[in-house]
Design a protein around this ligand. Structure first.
Ligand SMILES: Nc1ncnc2c1ncn2[C@@H]1O[C@H](COP(=O)(O)OP(=O)(O)OP(=O)(O)O)[C@@H](O)[C@H]1O
Ligand SMILES: [Mg+2]
Length: 364
């Protein structure tokens, strides 16, 4: 009897245990789902967790390893270089190697998608950086400002003061595609590390090891083609490789199919549209690529130059000069929207003029 009553009305304690088990089960499912998610993206699954796993940046890694051994002497750091070459990865490795198990607790990571205007710099970053040193053998906190070249001049100026004031309690690691977009006083307070585009042989070999780990068949020629489409950007290469793997094997055919959807092919389409004289459509496509697709203006002009060299305008001095001018202005930090819009307008005009000349010749 008593047993039946207990079955119908379990004690509060039994219910607590049940709730605990249910919540534990839910947490386990969450952890499982999370691990499934990171399994999905090879760029995250294979992101190095130690400096020694970073490939093809030997000098930089060597210098960083020396700094990490003696953290108290470490200055603020600025990692500059093209996309997908290991800057953010290296910054996270430095944080891990200095703070060991505590690195997550004492690292503030902010990227371009976070609000990083002057108010955030003054409040959030300043507060985090000026707390007393954490103890537990952790020498200081680390503020990782990813893509810091996207920060406004005012925010950078405010940052400069905080970097000076909080040197006892924090180190800053800034990453940027172009160090020239970082104000001089910040550059002079940082040790600068230049990241290089990764080399062909190293990337092909690395991609082959990933294919092996994933149990995906590949050919060397196909991996070479992945490299040609991504030119030393390993994030892009891994994404392309993963996309091609969904077709079964990594062959030149499967790489060609997925790279048709790549940024390079899309820029080629923009250039072709502009050269046909359709400026408005070209501009719309360009804005979509940059603002929705997140392509950098530097990649855009590089891909545009490639596309131009393969077009009927490959020897048009005017078109080549327009590309060179735009590249130069972007390098100096001019507004990308304005520069690329003017660039497409020039191409459209060149295209229309050539079309006009052809039809004049036909009429005569
Ligand atoms: N040198 C490298 N060695 C090993 N893996 C790398 C390297 N560079 C990039 N990767 C791979 O590419 C991914 C993206 O790299 P990371 O985020 O470090 O690029 P980044 O240089 O910070 O690029 P961005 O300028 O776009 O922010 C990593 O998760 C990793 O899988
Ligand atoms: Mg990065």
């Amino acid at each position: 009897m008593i047993g039946d009553a207990q079955l119908l009305f379990p004690s509060i304690q039994t219910r607590r245990v049940q709730i605990l088990i249910r919540s534990l089960a839910r947490r386990l499912v969450q952890i499982f789902e999370m691990s499934k998610e990171s399994d999905l993206m090879w760029v995250e699954k294979y992101r190095p967790v130690e400096l020694s796993q970073i490939i093809n940046q030997e000098d930089t890694v060597k210098r960083l390893k020396a700094l990490v051994k003696n953290p108290l002497e470490m200055p603020h750091l600025l990692f500059a270089g093209p996309p997908g070459t290991g800057k953010t990865t290296a910054a996270l490795c430095v944080a891990r190697e200095i703070m060991k198990d505590y690195w997550r607790d004492y690292t503030l990571e902010l990227n371009a998608s976070n609000e990083r205007g002057i108010d955030t710099v003054r409040e959030r970053i300043k507060n985090f950086a000026s707390y007393a040193s954490p103890g537990n053998g952790v020498p200081f906190r680390i503020v990782l400002l990813d893509e810091s070249d996207a920060m406004t001049h005012d925010a950078q100026t405010a940052l400069r003061r905080i970097m000076e004031e909080s040197f006892r309690t924090a180190r800053f690691i800034l990453t940027a595609n172009y160090s020239s977009n970082i104000i001089e006083p910040i550059q002079s307070r940082c040790a600068i590390f230049k990241f290089q585009r990764l080399g062909r042989d190293v990337v092909v070999e690395y991609l082959a090891t990933i294919c092996k780990k994933e149990g995906v068949k590949c050919t060397k020629a196909a991996l070479g083609l992945v490299y040609d489409n991504t030119e030393g950007d390993l994030r892009h290469a891994l994404n392309l490789l993963q996309a091609a793997s969904t077709m079964g094997e990594i062959t030149e055919e499967s790489v060609k199919r997925v790279s048709g959807l790549s940024g390079k092919a899309k820029v080629a389409e923009v250039i072709e549209t502009a050269l046909r004289g359709d400026f408005s459509s070209a501009r719309l496509k360009m804005i979509e690529l940059l603002q929705v697709g997140g392509m950098s203006e530097h990649d855009f002009i590089k891909f545009a130059s490639d596309a131009l060299s393969k077009s009927d305008f490959s020897s048009s001095i005017e078109a080549l000069q327009a590309t060179a001018d735009t590249d130069y202005r972007l390098l100096l930090g001019a507004n990308p929207d304005i520069q690329l819009t003017a660039y497409l307008a020039r191409l459209a005009e060149i295209g229309r003029r050539q079309k006009g000349q052809l039809s004049d010749e036909r009429d005569n």
